[in-house]
Write a protein that binds this ligand. Structure first.
Ligand code: NDP
Length: 319
């Protein structure tokens, strides 16, 4: 059985490719720079890659460039989307690749009669940002959808890109009768397979690399292996439908620092919060629907330890 993974060199996608190969799939993997060893070597080294991994060049903004990648595939995992916060031109750097890119991939799928289901890597960013209060007693679930106006006013450009991309994807999927399921993870941590640093692992790296302050922010966190596995289960489970939030726990950065201090007592970790306002409260995210897929979430402290160990092994920290 042949499946496609877009943006295959990325953090989540690399794990997805690894698990798909392990399960016996043939994987058509799209990459922007198939001749860059930093983007491909770790994929070519995976078990089964020599026999069942095919690399294709495709760019989200290149209309039709996914036609040949999805052709012949039964499943398409669309993970490619820029994830950065430091942007100069949000429209060109984030919104266009996220939204036009998603429609581009879906249109290629609509043309390929082989495609049975698309799994879209969306985000909790497309779920939880609607301006409603989020406090300890509030449970966010799949019925929530982020509000583009709220994201725009708050200049949350990445959050807006994921919100608009998922919204446009559902509209097109409904219009064209495409079977689509979305996976909506929070901040993803755990071991890196790729040699480059991705944004969510960088959030942990900055805490252990001598930063003076920790941000006054609370985010949901989830292990990358659970996220990759959820994609596959959502594809393989015929009754899977709609959206699946993936959050093991929501934690304020102060709690993350506390856990890191317990795990790594000799590390110099930030002592103070970046501002002196009250801590941004944590909230809850329902695990109920994710559990129907059979997801058994890796505990947060285990994920945190795996992240730090991997950052050390990859040479991002020298102690
Ligand atoms: P990475 O930055 O590691 O991966 C992003 C991937 O998107 C890369 O393969 C990148 O290619 C590709 N990409 C970006 N722009 C383009 C473009 N114009 N054309 C083709 N490919 C492009 O991030 P993650 O693995 O973390 O993110 C993967 C997906 O998961 C994204 O959709 C992200 O929004 C989502 N997500 C991530 C979370 C996290 O905490 N990590 C949480 C929730 C959702 P290249 O390598 O060439 O740059």
């Amino acid at each position: 059985k042949i499946v496609c993974v877009t943006g295959a060199s990325g953090y989540i996608a690399s794990w997805l490719v690894k698990l798909l190969l392990q399960r016996g799939y043939t994987v058509n993997a799209s990459i922007r720079e198939p001749n860059n060893p930093k983007k491909t070597e770790h994929l070519r080294a995976l078990d089964g890659a020599a026999e069942r991994l095919k690399l294709f060049k495709a760019d989200l903004l290149d209309e039709g460039s996914f036609d040949s990648v999805v052709d012949g595939c039964e499943g398409v995992f669309h993970t490619a989307s820029p994830f950065y916060h430091d942007v100069q031109d949000p429209q060109a750097e984030l919104l266009d690749p996220a939204v036009k890119g998603t429609l581009n991939v879906l249109n290629s799928c609509a043309k390929a009669s082989s495609v049975k289901r698309i799994i879209l890597t969306s985000s909790i960013a497309a779920v939880a940002y609607n301006g409603k209060p989020r406090t300890q007693d509030v449970v966010v679930d799949e019925t929530w959808f982020s509000n583009p106006e709220f994201c725009r006013e708050s200049k949350l450009w990445y959050v807006l890109s994921k919100t608009l991309a998922e919204d446009s994807a559902w509209k097109l999927a409904n219009e064209k009768g495409i079977d689509m399921v979305s996976i909506n993870p929070a901040m993803v941590i755990g071991p890196l397979l790729q040699p480059t640093l991705n944004t969510s692992a960088a959030a942990i790296l900055s805490l252990i690399k001598g930063s003076q302050n920790f941000p006054n922010a609370s985010f949901g966190w989830v292990n990358v292996k659970d996220v990759a596995n959820a994609h596959i289960l959502a594809y393989e489970t015929p009754s899977a439908s709609g959206r699946y939030c993936l959050v093991e726990s929501v934690a304020h950065y102060s709690e993350i620092v506390k856990t890191l201090r317990e795990l790594y007592p000799s590390y110099q970790l930030p002592e103070k919060c970046a501002d002196d306002k009250p801590y941004v409260p944590t909230y809850q995210v329902s695990k109920e629907k994710a559990r129907t897929l059979g997801i058994d979430f890796t505990p947060f402290d285990v994920s945190l330890k795996e992240t730090v160990e991997s950052l050390k092994e990859k040479g991002f920290v020298m102690f």
